[in-house]
Design a protein. Structure first.
Length: 38
């Protein structure tokens, strides 16, 4: 179970990093939204 949670968290982190790289212009907005989503 703990492994699953860590795996999902790692995948999410990679996804968010890629998303922020794609949209540098909205970097600050995306970071703020991540806190509300998570």
């Amino acid at each position: 179970m703990a492994l699953n949670i860590r795996k999902i968290a790692a995948q999410r982190a990679v996804h968010y990093k890629m998303h922020i790289k794609k949209a540098d212009f909205y970097q600050i907005i995306n970071r703020n939204q991540l806190f509300y989503i998570a």
